[in-house]
Ligand binder design. Sequence first.
Ligand SMILES: C[S@@+](CC[C@H](N)C(=O)[O-])C[C@H]1O[C@@H](n2cnc3c(N)ncnc32)[C@H](O)[C@@H]1O
Length: 281
Amino acid sequence: MPTIGEEISRALSIGKARGVLAVDLRLLIRANEGFKDQMDVFLHREDEMKEVALFRAQVERLLAGEPVELILGEAGFLGHRLKVTRDTLIPRGETEELVAHISQIVPLRWDARNFLVCCDIGTGTGAIAIALKSQFPNWIVSGTDISNPALEVARENIEREGLPIRLFHGDALEPLIRENMVADIIVSNPPYVLSPEEAQPSVRDYEPSSALYFDPEDNLYEKVMRDVRKVKKGPLLLAFEIDPGLKDYLDGLMSRYMSDYESTYREDLNGFLRFLFIYMR
Ligand SMILES: C[S@@+](CC[C@H](N)C(=O)[O-])C[C@H]1O[C@@H](n2cnc3c(N)ncnc32)[C@H](O)[C@@H]1O
């Protein structure tokens, strides 16, 4: 039987030039060999690999462009391990930044220990809702999605985390309006990739198009801004993740639908305009 170190070298010799990353191999080996954390992969590199056939099949999937998160069936998000499937977007680092920004902005406007009502529109795996509810246990957090299969995954993740988060099926703010809910914070990471050509093949081929692509005629940014007054009772924060190319479009939506508000765009850590925060008085 080859050792773990030998199998890593073999996989990298075939795959490095084709984008296979050592970090992905480590994630797979940790799961396959039952190690507690990734450090154990280094510590046991001289040991025989138990799951050689499984690992080699997984390397073939990586070579075909499949994201490691889908091979493992889970992704990390701010310390949470979330189930992901072909029906959900794989949560991204930028969305972790969105949660971090919200955690900073909300205490500037509210006492964050209050029972603030927060809804994650287009919740996917439930990543944003789970991270915010964990960080602010007093908040009343819910999530919505138009995709029932995605909501099933969110439900599993929420149950696994043991968090009281309600989920609703429906289009944009329609479930909140239907339930007569009002909100203090609405957060959304809508589909915002401007065209399939802009997406990397691993994204285009493996993640659901309903979670990816922006439609100028039918999109969450417009629906949320159009209807937000129906779920507003006091000051309300709208927090969006965005594509930098949407700035002019979003400025247009704000002038059309918003009044008595302050807005700020923020960049992500890579220097791209990635977030829009709108505070409605
Ligand atoms: C970019 S993904 C974000 C998923 C998750 N919030 C995250 O950040 O990882 C967008 C999500 O919005 C959902 N969605 C798309 N259009 C929607 C709509 N009109 N109403 C509600 N959800 C929608 C998709 O099904 C998908 O789960």
